[in-house]
Write a protein that binds this ligand. Structure first.
Ligand SMILES: *Cc1c(COP(=O)(O)O)cnc(C)c1O
Length: 815
């Protein structure tokens, strides 16, 4: 959709205009960074216009709006994405080229904002893209963390965390909306009484006021003027730092309060799939929720003059339990500020909130101490108690006299608030993120709730922004696909399916191989530059990139690599398909086992890569600082996608979808969305191994799993683990890792994620991978089948399902 202002010459003029006005520079003497910013400003102007237009339409039209709350949005870089969506990428590339710049170099100037940890935050970002494109009136809400996820450095094989300062160059996309600044009250005490009219009045004393200042990021959609808005709140203190107070002794106190308030948006918690339990984190959650709801409610009152129709006009979608306080906070606003009765308010709230669950891992299910909530948000705690009391009465009707069950399902119990229970009680929809995960929620994790509220439970399988992950990240593949099936798939990803009938097209399969090789070369160059390792272009690029977590079982991959090393040492001339194992992942700074695992990867990389007997048959590469912009280089280059979590633990995964869409073949367990990927491509086009969920869960529940006999009887495994105990010649002691596998620790049983149990099956699947790779035509055929069947994993489809089955809003998406 080339628009009038986006011709090459118009862009050149606009960019040089921005350079002059903002930096006082002519094109010739501008830095790359300045050119980047000038380009971003030009693109932003176009978006801002559309954003205002969209907002006006929303307000005039009075259609139902979707508000998507999430503590994380891992949006990635914006310039290329926006230029692509606006249809101006070719003209911009040409304009820059005439000005003497490579487009790719200019893109590299943009910081990659790390406002998220991993899958959860990236999902939220992919959904913004989906909402914008499918025409949903959607706003995302999060926190404008001054420091996002840490920057990872590897020093002596170990992860070192450095602060990430992304704001300097990311700022361009954030448009302050100072008029919408809100005040959030933290802490203090409350005093409530009934006034003359018999209405309850709540007074707040000694609280810390925190200003929430919104910054709006316009999120473009493809081939549409609809803009989704990402509203990021920054915490500011309303207390001015007045130097005159210095002598009065008030100064330090003022500074302290000031700093405490602004700390709220200082840093993103780096724990992924783990609860943190810190008071600052709870403040962040309340800050996000309160600012967002005050904002939505104020606009709603302006527009409609009543709160009675709130649930008809808005959906509050909470992405995981982190924003669950929307439930008591909206109760508070409706009752305290808008005079609703409890029943009226509860009616509105429980019809407005929808909840997506993201994990079944017990250590990630959020619980907050009552005492902390009491201290930080006394009125909210009061409301939660009341919700709990009424909810328990309701439970009594279902499970009379079953105190044990009621206390298990209660919202407040054992002096903690269970956020998932609150989210289920106060929402009209609870969904999992893959078919398997949603079944596990119904059958196991939330089974009792499912018995009571069967209609609340649904599934929406995750999806990815296929324009970013395929069209932009892999332009050569996109061009090939477009040549074969036209460009319809860019808006209608299910059209990729047409490729399925082209498996006999030998020339197509050859070109698929050539494109993969060119993308491998780009990654190989990156690895050469950053790791100093020369990888073998004829080797299989086998990739495991994702957060480091024991349940994701990077260790299974590591054990297998060590076993291959032993085989090659025994017989250097054995018939062997060369392999390059590529890892990338961050570990939470407090997660010792995860950090040690990174070190272990680097230790074995050092040993293997420098062993002349191995040569270029086997290489191991750890890519530092895995993030969205790196994933965009890695996914198109991958040939094998490692999705090897223990069955039943990975809610969905989205990395798996990015890989398949770029033609990588999956080696994986029947976990999360792997199950649906397998169903989509057919079991002959994927390498499935390992226990399935019922077997894994039964074995874990029986308590009878013991890895020791496996270790003693399986020569390959014994040799690998003994090698880990002996070390890798770099003086690092890994007996702790071996002990976890053989004896357990950290409160867990031996080999908690049953790596030894699945090892043989994994090794056999890896063997099948090697055999298949010897037949490039078959391999490329399988790759084509993966691409052809990846359309259903586009976020446009996920968003259309949310819209149809949960939000009840219209989209222009055709299933
Ligand atoms: C997609 C993505 C993830 C999620 O990966 P999983 O394999 O699904 O856990 C994490 N981090 C980044 C940077 C991503 O792009």
């Amino acid at each position: 959709m080339p628009r009038k202002n986006f011709t090459k010459n118009a862009l050149k003029e606009a960019i040089s205009g921005k350079l002059k006005r903002h930096f006082g520079r002519e094109v010739e003497d501008a830095s790359k960074e300045q050119v980047y910013e000038a380009c971003a400003l030009v693109v932003r102007d176009a978006l801002t216009e559309h954003m205002i237009q969209t907002q006006n339409e929303v307000e005039r039209g009075g259609e139902r709006q979707v508000h998507y709350l999430c503590m994380e949005f891992l949006v990635g870089r914006s310039l290329r994405n926006n230029a692509y969506n606006l249809g101006m990428l070719p003209a911009l590339t040409a304009a820059l080229s005439e000005m003497g710049y490579e487009m790719a170099d200019i893109f590299e100037e943009e910081a990659d904002p790390g406002l998220g940890n991993g899958g959860l935050g990236r999902l939220a970002a992919c959904y913004m893209d989906g909402m914008a494109t499918t025409g949903v009136r959607g706003t995302g809400y999060s926190i404008r963390y001054e420091h996002g996820i840490f920057k990872q450095k590897i020093e002596d094989g170990k992860q070192v965390e450095l602060p990430d300062s992304w704001l300097a160059s990311g700022d361009v996309w954030h448009i302050p909306a100072l008029d919408d600044t809100r005040e959030v009250k933290i802490g203090g005490t409350i005093n409530s009484y009934f006034n003359d009219q018999g209405k309850m009045v709540v007074e707040y004393h000694d609280y810390t006021p925190v200003l929430a200042v919104p910054y709006d990021m316009p999120i473009s959609g493809y081939d549409t003027d609809n803009i989704a808005r990402l509203r990021l709140w920054e915490a500011k203190s309303p207390i001015a730092l007045d130097m005159k107070l210095f002598s009065s002794g008030e100064y330090l106190k003022a500074v302290e309060k000031h700093a405490l308030a602004e700390t709220i948006s200082m840093v993103l918690y780096p724990e992924d799939n783990h609860r943190e339990g810190q008071s600052l984190r709870l403040k962040q959650q309340y800050f996000l929720v309160s600012a967002t709801l005050q904002d939505i409610c104020a606009k709603h009152m302006q527009q409609f003059g009543t709160m009675a129709n709130f649930a008809h006009k808005h959906v509050l979608h909470i992405n995981d339990t982190h924003p669950t306080l929307v439930i008591p906070e909206l109760m508070r606003i409706l009752m305290d500020d808008h005079d609703m009765s409890w029943e009226q308010a509860w009616n509105v709230v429980s019809q407005a909130v929808a909840y997506t669950n993201h994990t079944v891992m017990p250590e990630a299910l959020e619980c907050w101490p009552v005492s902390l909530m009491q201290e930080l948000m006394p009125r909210i705690m009061q409301i939660i108690y009341e919700i709990n009391e009424r909810f328990c009465k309701q439970l009594w009707d279902y499970f009379p006299n079953d105190f044990q069950k009621i206390s298990k399902l209660a919202i407040v119990s054992d002096n903690v608030v269970r956020m998932a229970n609150l989210a289920i009680a106060g929402s009209f929809s609870v969904n999992g993120v893959s078919a398997l995960h949603s079944e596990i929620l119904k059958e196991r994790v939330f089974n009792d709730f499912y018995t009571i509220f069967p209609a609340k439970f649904r599934n929406v399988t995750n999806g990815i922004a296929h324009r970013r992950w395929l069209c932009e990240a892999n332009p050569a593949l996109t061009e090939l696909i477009s040549e074969k099936i036209g460009t319809g798939f860019i808006k209608h990803p299910s059209e990729l399916k047409v490729l399925e009938s082209m498996g006999e097209d030998k020339a197509l399969l050859i070109r698929l191989g050539e494109i993969k090789r060119a993308n491998k070369q780009r990654l190989a160059d990156y690895i050469k530059e950053h790791n100093g390792i020369e990888v073998n272009m004829d080797s299989i690029f086998d990739v495991q990139v994702k957060r480091l977590h024991e349940y994701k079982r990077q260790m299974l991959n590591i054990l297998h690599i060590i076993s291959l090393y032993h085989k090659l040492k025994d017989d250097p001339n054995m018939d062997f398909v060369p392999r390059t194992y590529i890892f990338g992942s961050k570990a939470a700074p407090g997660y010792a086992v995860a950090k040690k695992t990174i070190q272990l990867i680097n230790s074995i990389a050092n040993m293997i890569n420098n062993d002349p007997a191995i040569g270029d048959k086997l290489k191991v590469v750890f890519i530092e600082d895995y993030k969205v912009s790196l994933a965009e280089i890695i996914m198109p280059a991958a040939e094998v996608s490692e999705q090897i979590s223990i069955a039943g633990k990975e809610a969905s995964g989205t990395g798996n979808m990015k890989f398949m869409m770029n033609g990588a073949l999956t080696i994986g367990t029947m976990d999360g969305a792997n199950v649906e990927i397998c169903e989509a491509v057919g079991v002959e086009n994927i390498f499935i191994f390992g226990m399935e969920t019922p077997e894994a869960e039964a074995l874990a529940a029986s308590g009878s799993y013991n890895p020791m006999p496996i270790y003693n009887d399986n020569h390959t495994i014994k040799r690998v683990i003994d090698h880990i105990i002996a070390g890798f010649g770099d003086g690092v002691d890994y007996t702790d890792i071996a002990n976890l596998l053989l004896h357990g620790g950290n409160g867990g049983p031996a080999d908690r994620y049953m790596i030894l149990k699945d090892f043989d099956s994994y090794a056999a699947a890896q063997e099948r991978v090697g055999q298949m790779y010897r037949r490039p035509e078959n391999w490329n055929y399988m790759s084509l089948m993966n691409i052809a069947n990846s359309g259903r994993f586009a976020s446009d489809r996920s968003i259309a399902e949310y819209a149809q089955n949960i939000w009840r809003v219209k989209t222009n998406f055709a299933f």
